[in-house]
Ligand binder design. Structure first.
Ligand SMILES: Nc1ncnc2c1ncn2[C@@H]1O[C@H](COP(=O)(O)OP(=O)(O)OP(=O)(O)O)[C@@H](O)[C@H]1O
Length: 242
């Protein structure tokens, strides 16, 4: 069964068509890569799925449930979580407090309630930052700040994760490590869509690749098929190449 079904998604910003009649089905346990040149609409697709943006046309279903008109927190409560391309930790709280914030009911603004210390340790351990729980976010290296963002999403206990540029700014060793961790999430039963420009990190990780260009689906296939696809290579010619 499809966990996520995006059907005929169109998003316009005034006269600009950022996403144009885009459809995507993701099966349980898949890791799908969503790639495309800068400005091709990848983040807009994620923002529409998460109801950060209103959808202009089309429908989105999660586990057979229409979520197109849901609020973001309702979607998260249903088990779909997104790690955005920007990190936004709260520097007043250590890593543990930042994770805990994501376990609190939406309206509460204190750190009372929410996950126990043991649960926070477990969320952090799933992405290997359990030894950084008492550190302040502004003292962490970039790769750990990104891991904290993933730990925050894990704290919402998602069934499916949308990862927006998880490898950005990481060195090769950090990319390999993170790819291994994402693979582990899949082994734990999670379904994942990854957007990234780092083709090495992405192509080794994903089962299937979907390519966006100017808001439209340009191609879909195995990483090998996509790497050899002439139209995909042409779309990237002005950019960074494959
Ligand atoms: N809030 C917004 N208001 C107006 N235009 C927007 C908005 N968000 C995105 N766009 C436009 O939509 C198009 C797609 O942008 P989007 O950020 O989705 O691309 P992307 O593929 O994620 O790019 P990148 O790889 O650079 O992150 C771009 O032309 C962008 O300028």
């Amino acid at each position: 069964m499809s966990v996520l079904e995006v059907d005929g998604l169109t998003k316009r910003f005034g006269g600009l068509v950022a996403v144009d009649d885009f459809s995507l089905d993701v099966e349980q346990g898949e890791i799908v890569g969503l790639i495309g040149p800068n400005g091709s609409g990848k983040s807009t697709v994620f923002n529409c799925i998460m109801s950060i943006y209103d959808v202009t046309e089309g429908t989105i279903q999660f586990n057979g449930d229409a979520i197109t008109d849901d609020k973001t927190h309702e979607i998260v409560n249903k088990g779909l979580s997104r790690v955005s391309q920007e990190s936004n930790p709260i520097d007043l709280y250590p890593v543990a407090g930042n994770i805990k914030l994501f376990t609190l009911p939406n309206s509460i603004r204190s750190l009372r309630g929410g996950a126990s210390d043991e649960e926070i340790y477990e969320y952090a351990a799933r992405i290997d930052i359990e030894d950084k729980l008492q550190e302040m976010p502004d003292e962490l290296p970039h790769a750990d700040v990104r891991r904290l963002e993933i730990a925050k999403a894990l704290a919402t206990e998602p069934e499916m994760l949308l990862l927006d540029e998880p490898f950005a700014g990481m060195n090769q060793a950090e990319i390999n490590e993170l790819a291994g961790q994402i693979e582990r999430f899949r082994e734990e039963g999670m379904t994942i869509v990854v957007v990234d420009h780092n083709m090495g990190g992405l192509m080794n990780l994903v089962d299937r690749v979907v390519v966006l260009n100017n808001g439209e689906m340009l191609a879909a296939g195995s990483p090998e098929e996509i790497a050899e696809n002439q139209r995909v290579q042409e779309a990237y010619l002005a950019g960074e190449g494959l």
